[in-house]
Design a protein around this ligand. Structure first.
Ligand SMILES: [Zn+2]
Length: 285
């Protein structure tokens, strides 16, 4: 009897052991796939790249760290600002600014003189507005783009150099202005900011239209009168431009070969009288 009990005890004990082992294995079998699923779907997948490789996870983490220190540099423009008054003079926005200034403008290009003029301006650290006619671009392709690249402003002077005051058909007026704007926009990637009517001939309609198109209209106060034969002489060209000159003068010259020849003399004369040159980008209205 004693032996039977002992045997029974051993059998029960063995049975318990078997059950425990079976339970342990079964538990592992159930749990294991679950764990794998969690690892692959929930943790690994969203981190790795579409090419499903563990390495990109490391690369991604690294690149995030590299991006963090980048800071944006904001340029602050502290240049004095200017306004065009009565379509004929330039005035500092700050009345206390009493620096002697002139604004240089060159009409009727582009021509074969334009880029040589740019070089003369650069020598004097001067900027200018080149008021161009689209019709001249046909024979001088690429010039407008180069003037712009050198940091000069391209102004609208109508497509055909039409006298807008004499033109009665507003459709023609609009087209003369818009066609030129479109060309400048196409070449420079921006609308022209300045407009000058050919011969200085404007009208209430033109003034309103140009303003609506977001351009600043201007004529001039001082012309070198280089359309006159007498101004082909250096002294006359310079003295015409300097006549009664005051701070705020808008100086008009043209893209003539004789104007190019005398440009250096004019800029030297202006500097000797204490004038500095307004950068058109600082003109706000
Ligand atoms: Zn003109």
């Amino acid at each position: 009897m004693k032996m039977k009990r002992k045997k029974l005890f051993i059998i029960i004990f063995a049975f318990i052991i078997v059950i425990m082992i079976t339970y342990t294995f079964t538990y592992k079998k159930i749990e294991s796939p679950k764990q794998t699923e969690i690892t692959v779907d929930t943790i690994t997948k969203p981190l790795i790249s579409e090419n499903s490789n563990v390495k990109p996870v490391i690369d991604e983490v690294k690149s995030v760290k590299e991006i963090t220190p980048v800071t944006k540099k904001i340029e602050v423009d502290n240049n004095p600002k200017y306004k065009i008054i009565e379509r004929s003079v330039v005035e500092p926005e700050d009345k206390k600014n009493n620096k002697k200034i002139v604004l240089l403008t060159v009409d009727d290009g582009p021509s074969s003189q334009a880029l040589a003029m740019v070089e003369v301006f650069k020598k004097h650290n001067a900027k200018a507005i080149f008021f161009i006619n689209g019709m001249h671009d046909v024979a001088h392709k690429g010039v407008i783009g180069k003037i712009k690249e050198e940091g000069f402003a391209i102004g609208n002077h109508t497509w055909d150099h039409l006298d807008l005051k004499k033109e009665k058909d507003i459709k023609i007026i609009d087209k003369e202005i818009d066609k030129n704007t479109d060309l400048i926009n196409k070449i420079t990637g921006a609308q022209p900011r300045f407009f000058r009517p050919p011969y200085g001939d404007t009208s209430p309609y033109v003034i309103k239209y140009v303003k609506e198109k977001g351009m600043i209209e201007m004529n001039w106060s001082n012309a070198a009168k280089d359309w006159e034969k007498s101004a082909r002489e250096k002294d006359i060209f310079v003295s015409n431009a300097m006549k009664n000159i005051q701070s705020g003068a808008i100086i008009l010259i043209h893209e003539h070969p004789w104007s190019l020849a005398d440009l250096d003399a004019l800029l030297t004369e202006l500097e000797s009288k204490g004038y500095t040159f307004v950068d058109p980008k600082d003109i706000i209205e």
